[in-house]
Design a protein around this ligand. Structure first.
Ligand code: GAP
Length: 591
């Protein structure tokens, strides 16, 4: 949840211009505008929904299909016991401080980070945050009222609801898609034929009642996550690091962050593992898989790094975590977290639900083990312990499994409801027998790459934002990768003319049949139509002019967005050529 070096919405002109473009051209805008808008909720317009959909498709291709993982689609509302077990009910809090003058609520840790030298105030305890607010005489960002002396409180970020009428069955909108995967583990393991390792992905909405949503779609109250939960046997399973060892990465480990002059540095995944900078091989593997993927969808690699969480920053379930961060206007924002969750989640759900969140680990060879058991003499325990006799049996069974030496003497001691009892060992039926077993039940560990789709979409747009001059006129364009651009090609008839329009319609049909996403535009002069497509990031435009309909071999003008270079291409080769460019098999310059 952390976001380094926060700034307000309007500190940078690129962000300002991008947010304005996004609204004007249909990328994203604040929802429910007719009712004044509501903080932290955004609607993706036609361009934004297409871009987001393409990013999700690319994620699915890489992290579900190419890795051989399963994808599921679970409900967004889950009953309270799920979040009791996961720890979200008790621990998923942010620090809230309310202004005594204007009544606005703010994230206390953000106020501290924005106005002091503390970079990671989230890891401070509440009394420490109160002290810092008082010491620096921090004020309300909305009205300037003093906050010193105000209580800082924990605020749970989950949206609560009731399932069905009445309030007897509370539920919550999931704060992460992950829980929808964990709770279904007993069934999902069957689909994986009870064999580790296996991965389950989910792309879907998550909800957090953020105290101060900000920076447009970077911190919202409803957002999309793309998460992979990869279940492993920690003693057996190892990733294929050879496939990612040469991937070059910029790393900013905790050790560097803790130094006064610490810096991010470049290395490879292989070196980072060898030098113990990334200690968990599975986390290293997924960092290696993700880096080229981020590059392919359009994140600028000069503005990308992996940052390790500091000890106090990690979520309650994580033993290690690295974030993928992108630089936006001089600030680093978290786009994804790669966490080792250990067996925390599955153990908790097993404990709370009583269901089996384990997998049977088959040994290579059956093993002979000694097993200590008890078979107590109930004709002795009954009269001695009355109604507690059965509980005594349980205590003796536990003791035999844990500490067989307790049965070495003539008597054995155990605790029952706070009291120590002693009984003769001969009455316990204690024995140690040899048994041949084929394996054991283990609780798998989980490695989790967790991507925020909205922050990635924002980064992709921000990193693609360009301004230049064409024919003496200022131009804004988005240099989006063809794979994610909402539309691949715009088709224009040069002028309002039946023949030109008929030919353009035919071309649109052909290109759509070839599977390309096409927009048709016949309004305004041709220069304006080019600008419109440039601004939404359409890589190519095709113009049908009089040469097209007059020539024997019909040709059209194809214009490339980034260079504005134009070439004439035969109409009957158009679909094939553009498809080859779209697939990355051909460059426009080669034509
Ligand atoms: N299952 C792990 C998990 O949810 P997280 O770091 O809290 O981890 C993962 O969230 C990603 O979800 C973040 O890296 C971020 O991209 C995105 N995210 C989290 N809170 C968000 C918010 N309020 N608005 C937009 N995206 C958010």
């Amino acid at each position: 949840m952390s976001e380094q070096q926060h700034t307000d919405d309007s500190t940078d002109s690129t962000s300002e211009k991008l947010v304005e473009l996004a609204k004007r051209r249909g990328y994203f805008f604040q929802s429910s505008g007719a009712y004044g808008g509501v903080g932290g909720f955004y609607t993706f317009g036609p361009q934004g929904a297409a871009l987001k959909g393409h990013v999700e498709d690319a994620w699915r291709d890489r992290f579900a299909v190419a890795e051989g993982n399963m994808e599921i689609d679970a409900p967004t509302i889950m009953p309270e016991p799920v979040f009791e077990a996961s720890g979200h009910l008790d621990g998923f809090d942010d620090m809230l401080v309310e202004c005594p003058d204007c009544g606005e609520s703010h994230r206390a840790d953000h106020i501290v980070e924005d106005n002091t030298m503390y970079e990671d105030a989230e890891s401070l305890e509440i009394p420490e945050v109160e002290e810092v607010i008082a010491e620096y005489e921090l004020v309300c960002p909305s009205c300037g009222g003093g906050l010193a002396g105000q209580a800082v409180e924990d605020f749970n970020l989950m949206f609560a609801t009731n399932i069905g009428p009445g309030d007897s069955d509370p539920g919550y909108l999931r704060p992460e898609t992950a829980q929808g995967i964990f709770v279904e583990f007993p069934r999902l393991k069957e689909y994986a034929r009870n064999q580790l390792p296996f991965g389950v992905t989910q792309i879907g909405r998550a909800y957090r009642n953020e105290i101060s949503p900000r920076r447009s779609i970077i911190r919202t109250r409803e957002f999309t996550q793309a998460e992979l939960e990869y279940f492993i046997d920690p003693e057996v399973d190892e990733p294929d690091l050879s496939s990612v060892e040469d991937v070059e990465v910029t790393l900013y480990p905790a050790s560097e962050q803790n130094k006064d002059d610490g810096e991010a540095f470049e290395t490879t995944i292989g070196e980072a593992v060898d030098e113990n900078i990334i200690t968990d091989p599975w986390v290293a593997y997924f960092l290696g898989v993700a880096k080229p993927w981020y590059e392919a969808v359009g994140v600028d690699m000069d503005r990308f790094r992996y940052r390790q969480h500091l000890a106090g920053e990690r979520a309650h379930y994580a033993s290690d975590c690295w974030d993928a961060e992108s630089e936006i206007d001089g600030n680093w924002i978290e786009m994804a977290g790669f966490a080792h969750r250990g067996n925390y989640d599955l153990s908790k759900h097993a404990e709370h639900s009583g269901d089996r969140f384990t997998i049977f680990r088959q040994y290579d060879e059956p093993q002979t083990v000694e097993r200590a058991t008890v078979d107590p003499d109930m004709s002795y325990l009954g009269p001695e312990f009355g109604g507690d006799a059965q509980a005594v049996v349980g205590k003796l069974e536990d003791l035999a499994a844990r500490d067989r030496e307790a049965f070495d003497g003539d008597t054995v001691e155990f605790e029952l409801e706070g009291e120590t009892h002693e009984i003769p060992v001969e009455k316990t039926g204690f024995s140690v027998d040899e048994e041949t077993i084929a394996g054991e039940h283990i609780t798998p560990h989980v490695v989790e790459p967790s991507f925020g789709v909205d922050r990635l979409v924002y980064t992709v747009l921000h990193h693609a934002y360009r301004e230049d001059e064409v024919d003496g006129e200022d131009r804004t364009f988005l240099e989006l990768e063809p794979e994610v651009a909402p539309t691949f090609v715009g088709v224009f008839p040069l002028q309002s003319d039946d023949e030109l329009e008929a030919q353009a319609d035919e071309i649109v049909e052909d290109l759509r049949e070839a599977g390309l996403s096409v927009t048709y535009d016949d309004s305004g002069n041709i220069g304006r139509r080019y600008r419109r497509q440039d601004e939404v990031g359409t890589p190519f435009c095709v113009t049908v002019d009089y040469e097209t309909i007059e020539e024997d071999e019909t040709t059209v003008t194809v214009r490339e967005r980034d260079t504005t270079d134009q070439k004439r291409l035969p109409v009957d080769e158009l679909a094939e050529t553009l498809s080859a460019i779209r697939a990355g098999d051909l460059e426009f310059e080669e034509l």
